[in-house]
Every structure is written in structure tokens, then in C-alpha cells.
Design a protein around this ligand. Structure first.
Ligand SMILES: [Zn+2]
Length: 155
């Protein structure tokens, strides 16, 4: 079935405005080396900055403070470009945790550290850029303490 067909079958549209924003999902720990993730992520960030140069309406949202820190260490010019776009409001830092971790194996202490480190990095690097979103698109289950941890972390 086509998207158009599915939308027609879904009934009367809601009174809502939908917005789209660019995003790239990068697994920090997967079937590649840390060197490869550093290079892959740099390519994404440099492509995004280029797209922002050619399209004034292009906005981007990215999570995982660890990837921002790797970029800061390896490619300071790209990192400064990101900071400029964040200050302009065209690049949204979001997520809250240091990486987007698995939530089933780590205990609550590890999740608290994810939140504490992630939130502190964004605050220190980008100033008054508070993300209200806990971005966890890649986990295979959610433990019961997540709502409490989110509330305590201000998410
Ligand atoms: Zn993934």
C-alpha cells in the first residue's frame, strides 16, 4: 500500500502541523572500531554544515555528547561550526545521555551517570541549550526506573 492510500484509509486528518528535521543515527559501539565511528561521524557533521550553507532552511538535530566531544578533539574546525549553528538555533543538541545506551543490562547507577555526564557536557559546551528530550531510539526495552530518572534529570 502506498503512503497516500494508507493516509486516505486512516480517516480525517488531525488539526496538526508536522515539521521535519534532519537527524543521523550513529551507533558508537557496533561492528566497527572507535576510529571508524570518529571518521564516520565527522563526515556526517561536515556534510550537515555544508547543507546548512546551501540551504538556509535546513536544520539538524543530533544526540550523544560523546560524539560531540570526539569531534571537538579530532576536528576543532567542524566543532566550532557546530557551535555557531547551535547558537543560531539551526542545530539542536538533544538526548541527555552520554551515549544512547542499552537500557536492559546497565544498572540505575550507570544510567544516572549517563544522564549526569551528558547533561553537564551540553550545558558546559553549548550554554543555555536545554534539551527536554530523552532520545533513546535504539534500545530493546525500557526499565521501570526511566520515568523517575528522566524527572530527576529535568527531562
Ligand atoms: Zn543503532
Amino acid at each position: 500500500m502506498t503512503l497516500r492510500g494508507a493516509l486516505l484509509e486512516a480517516g480525517t486528518p488531525l488539526e496538526a502541523q508536522l515539521l521535519g528535521i534532519g537527524h543521523a543515527h550513529m551507533d558508537v559501539a557496533y561492528l566497527w572500531t572507535i576510529v571508524q565511528i570518529r571518521l564516520k561521524n565527522q563526515r556526517i557533521y561536515s556534510n550537515v554544515l555544508r547543507l546548512m550553507e546551501v540551504d538556509d532552511g535546513f536544520c539538524f538535530s543530533h544526540s550523544k555528547p560523546v560524539l560531540y566531544e570526539m569531534t571537538k578533539q579530532d576536528f576543532p574546525g567542524i566543532y566550532e561550526g557546530i557551535k555557531t549553528r547551535v547558537a543560531e538555533g539551526r542545530w539542536e543538541v538533544m538526548g541527555g545521555m552520554w551515549v544512547e545506551p542499552d537500557l536492559n543490562i546497565p544498572g540505575p547507577e550507570a544510567l544516572v551517570r549517563q544522564l549526569t555526564l551528558g547533561r553537564a557536557f551540553f550545558r558546559e559546551e553549548f550554554g543555555d541549550v536545554e534539551t527536554p528530550i530523552l532520545w533513546l531510539p535504539d534500545t530493546f526495552g525500557f526499565p521501570g526506573q526511566i520515568p523517575q530518572l528522566m524527572k530527576l534529570a529535568g527531562l
